[in-house]
Ligand binder design. Structure first.
Ligand SMILES: [Zn+2]
Length: 303
């Protein structure tokens, strides 16, 4: 999944890689305002953005390529076949662990995969492919109106109080038929006191509550936490996979580009699909044919 270069494939209409590291956060103020409504009322900034995207097609054209082509299905995840297949199977077989650890370099699909996994856990479809993208739950999730995913960025200094607040407001066991997914991005920044709060749930998991810890630096995580998680290692994206994805985006965006330029973008992205897409995004703004020479000019600017 996500590796064949089916140039111009009709299945390619909403793909791309993950995130910026501070999206999807609840701010404490809104969290406080929602106190009492708890999980069911929390909405991440990213999903608010998604909602705006769905509501305003004109605004959609203003999105970055990474936002515009963010993957919405396991098959659209690039270069992480083992993680995508395992998580998809886990949903199908209903063998969901209470905690997962997604580790790997930036721009390799960790947060996108966490979101797709979250959507799949809520999907109402009876087919083998979840998330289906068309059921009520999927529609709500991808339009930004879903209620079962909470994302926090642990690198934010306000995160300590925020995470504790959210953990204090996890619904009682069995109070919902839906999975609640708590995603902690940059979790290597979590303090020991917050890890203690997490451990309470890792030692005594709640039904239908799933934690996903995301990090580029697993060496800075408590061993006790790692041992309680299903671990998925996200590797750097191969250049050939990056080029395939960029070619598809170029077709969709009707960009005039030399294939050698895409090779050069992939070479300079160091395995980060997000970096490659960002570079293509910047090059596309120049309004002229994207050549290797143009790529080199852009790369030099950032050296
Ligand atoms: Zn669905």
């Amino acid at each position: 999944m996500g590796t064949s270069c089916d140039f111009g494939s009709s299945s390619f209409d909403s793909s791309s890689d993950e995130l910026s590291t501070n999206i999807g956060e609840l701010d404490m103020e809104s969290s406080s305002r929602l106190d009492g409504k708890r999980w069911s009322s929390c909405k991440s900034q990213d999903r608010i953005n998604l909602s705006a995207q769905g509501a305003d097609l004109a605004a959609a054209d203003q999105r970055s390529l990474t936002q515009k082509y963010r993957p919405k299905a396991f098959r659209e995840i690039v270069g992480q076949n083992i993680a995508a297949q395992s998580l998809s199977n886990a949903v199908m077989m209903e063998r969901i662990a209470p905690a997962y650890l997604f580790q790997g370099p930036r721009g390799t699909g960790k947060t996108s995969t966490a979101r797709i996994f979250s959507a799949a856990l809520s999907c109402l479809a009876t087919v083998d492919t979840k998330p289906c993208g068309i059921c009520k739950e999927c529609t709500e999730f991808f339009s930004g109106n879903g209620t079962n995913l909470i994302e926090v960025d642990a690198s934010n200094r306000k995160s300590v109080s925020r995470i504790k607040h959210l953990l204090d407001n996890i619904p009682p066991s069995g109070s919902s038929s839906h999975y609640k997914v708590f995603v902690a991005d940059e979790c290597h920044m979590v303090s020991s006191s917050v890890w203690s709060a997490f451990m309470k749930f890792l030692d005594e998991p709640l039904p239908r509550v799933v934690f996903i810890f995301i990090t580029i630096d697993p060496d800075n995580l408590p061993r006790a936490v790692i041992s309680r998680c299903q671990k998925y290692v996200f590797s750097r994206i191969k250049d050939i996979d990056t080029v395939c994805r960029l070619r598809k985006i170029c077709v969709k965006e009707n960009l005039d580009v030399e294939l050698a330029a895409l090779d050069l973008i992939a070479l300079n992205s160091d395995g980060s699909l997000r970096d490659a897409e960002t570079m293509l995004d910047q090059l596309s703004l120049l309004g002229k044919k994207i050549t290797p020479s143009l790529v080199n000019d852009l790369v030099i600017l950032f050296l």
